[in-house]
Write a protein that binds this ligand. Structure first.
Ligand SMILES: [Zn+2]
Length: 322
């Protein structure tokens, strides 16, 4: 073989080799990217909440760290996030703003077992216990470390005491991701309440927010709906959880179900059923919401203060709800 022929032969070999290499590269590098791209038309972007990342169709539980600040009290907010396979709104469900209100906390432990992110549209953020120090310290209304009420502490402060830092985490990390929000309470350890009801701000947040908040309240499926009056001129004025949320333009409701630290299905089930009904109303899970035919809207609320100091004993002449 002439040198030139050899050279050509070598070139042919190199060309064939190079061709094979290119084909190999294509198959190993380019093709998977192309296939992944055609597959990504079905899979939407992961959902991110602080350090948590949740792929479409997945559920992830984790802790949102609240750093030890001026008071050195470090804690965390336990959450579970369901990121549905299909696109849809983000609904946040918050339990345990008051740490001794157990029926919301138990309901938010049960709800995850009823949700399937593969068959869901949108995203659900479940806050299991917003105020872990109060839960662990078994305190009523107030955090045990700074004696502050979390739902009087919004929007919170990044450099405040632990209750203010928890409020800040909810305001700055959860609320900006939320399209709808439900803040779930019961009567605290000392509170006797009438039967379960949702409540919404009938004047705060603008017409669209009021309409959508009312929609959530009705879709929660209970016969009595409470309307809060008043609105807030700034985020600093909106010290309650749902007031902060509606002032940020997020349709929101409060729910009350339970009392006196009692754990009973009669209080827990209406919360779980109501949350599922709202998920149906928002098109996030299949099915129709349970909507009461003629809910009773209660807007007049009054406080009656005793003229006497002492201990209140249950009066058999006047029952809760009378
Ligand atoms: Zn409460």
């Amino acid at each position: 073989m002439l040198v030139r022929d050899r050279y050509q032969e070598a070139s042919k070999y190199q060309f064939r080799h190079l061709s094979k290499t290119i084909v190999h590269w294509f198959l190993t590098l380019v093709a998977p990217i192309a296939f992944a791209q055609s597959g990504s038309e079905e899979l939407r972007e992961p959902f991110r909440l602080m350090q948590l990342e949740v792929s479409a169709g997945e559920r992830v539980s984790g802790k949102l760290l609240v750093n030890g600040g001026v008071d050195g009290v470090e804690t965390f907010i336990p959450v579970t996030v369901f990121h549905g396979r299909d696109s849809g709104p983000v609904l946040s469900l918050i339990a345990g703003i008051h740490g001794s209100e157990y029926s919301p906390i138990i309901s938010m432990q049960r709800l995850p077992e009823l949700l399937d992110p593969q068959a869901m549209a949108g995203t659900v953020i479940i806050v299991h216990i917003a105020n872990l120090p109060a839960f662990q310290g078994r305190s009523v209304y107030f955090g045990p470390d700074d004696l502050k009420n979390l739902t009087r502490s919004f929007p919170g402060k990044v450099d405040g005491t632990v209750t203010e830092r928890m409020a800040f985490t909810l305001s700055e990390e959860i609320m900006p991701l939320s399209d709808y929000l439900i803040d779930i309470h019961s009567g605290d350890g000392n509170e006797n309440l009438r039967l379960s009801y949702p409540a919404y701000y009938a004047e705060a947040g603008g017409t669209e927010v009021v309409d959508q908040s009312r929609r959530l309240a009705v879709a929660f499926g209970l016969e009595t709906i409470v309307q809060f009056s008043g609105s807030y001129s700034s985020l600093d004025d909106a010290i309650y959880t749902s007031a902060q949320s509606v002032t940020r333009g997020i349709p929101s409701i409060d729910v009350e179900s339970g009392e006196l630290g009692v754990i009973d299905d009669v209080f827990i089930d209406p919360i779980t059923d109501g949350a599922l009904s709202v998920l149906r109303e928002l098109g996030m899970v299949a099915g129709e919401p349970i909507v009461p035919a003629n809910p009773l809207f209660m807007s007049d609320r009054a406080r009656v203060y005793s003229e006497y100091e002492g201990i209140w004993h249950k009066n058999m002449l006047v029952q809760t709800g009378d």
